[in-house]
Write a protein that binds this ligand. Structure first.
Ligand SMILES: [Zn+2]
Length: 193
């Protein structure tokens, strides 16, 4: 009697664990401790897996921006500033203690004081805190309109999943569709950071 009860207990626990993994909350989620790299609201013009985002950057997200809008560090770390790159334009990368780095591309300009310190004193990178302004939204590099291209990458540059970062809301419930490009001229979702 007792052993049967135990067996049922084990089965229930195993089923619950399987449901968690299948549901995605364990197997497939954004890394912890990152915030959206802006404050307020922005629409998503190209989500993860969109063919505008290919190869190693396929989990990146494009946010529609007004020119000059403040871009914030998603998480604390050591920042590097790269002017006039292709395809990223004016680009910032921040290296974090979890071994990942975040990328912010197509900026109109860098936050002037930070860029000055970076170029004059901090050739090994400049420490920035989460939420600090690092630059301003633009359309530099391979870009047809003002937007922020944002991704979180591993050291081998492959991009990690960020579609479920806090504040992101997808308007298309079908998971397969929300990973595609803008559908019928509509943006795919939004983020509030
Ligand atoms: Zn992009």
């Amino acid at each position: 009697m007792k052993s049967l009860y135990k067996r049922i207990q084990v089965t229930v626990l195993a089923t619950l664990a399987l449901l968690l993994v299948v549901g995605g909350s364990v197997a497939y989620a954004a890394p912890g401790g990152y915030r959206l790299p802006f404050s307020g609201y922005a629409e998503i013009s190209a989500g993860p897996r969109c063919n505008q985002h290919y190869g190693q950057d396929q989990e990146a997200i494009d946010f529609v921006m007004q020119p000059g809008r403040q871009i914030l560090a998603s998480k604390s770390g050591v920042a590097y500033f790269y002017p006039n790159t292709w395809p990223g334009g004016n680009m910032v990368k921040i290296y974090h203690s979890d071994g990942l780095h975040s990328t912010y591309a197509h900026l109109s300009s860098f936050e002037a004081t930070k860029y000055w310190y970076y170029t004059h004193y901090y050739t090994n990178g400049l420490w920035v805190n989460q939420g600090e302004v690092i630059g301003y939204a633009g359309s530099t590099g391979n870009s047809t309109g003002t937007h922020l291209h944002f991704s979180v990458n591993r050291s081998n540059n492959s991009a990690v999943v960020i579609y479920d970062l806090p504040g992101i809301r997808w308007w298309i419930s079908n998971v397969a569709n929300r990973w595609s490009c803008t559908i019928d001229g509509r943006n795919e979702g939004s983020g509030s950071g």
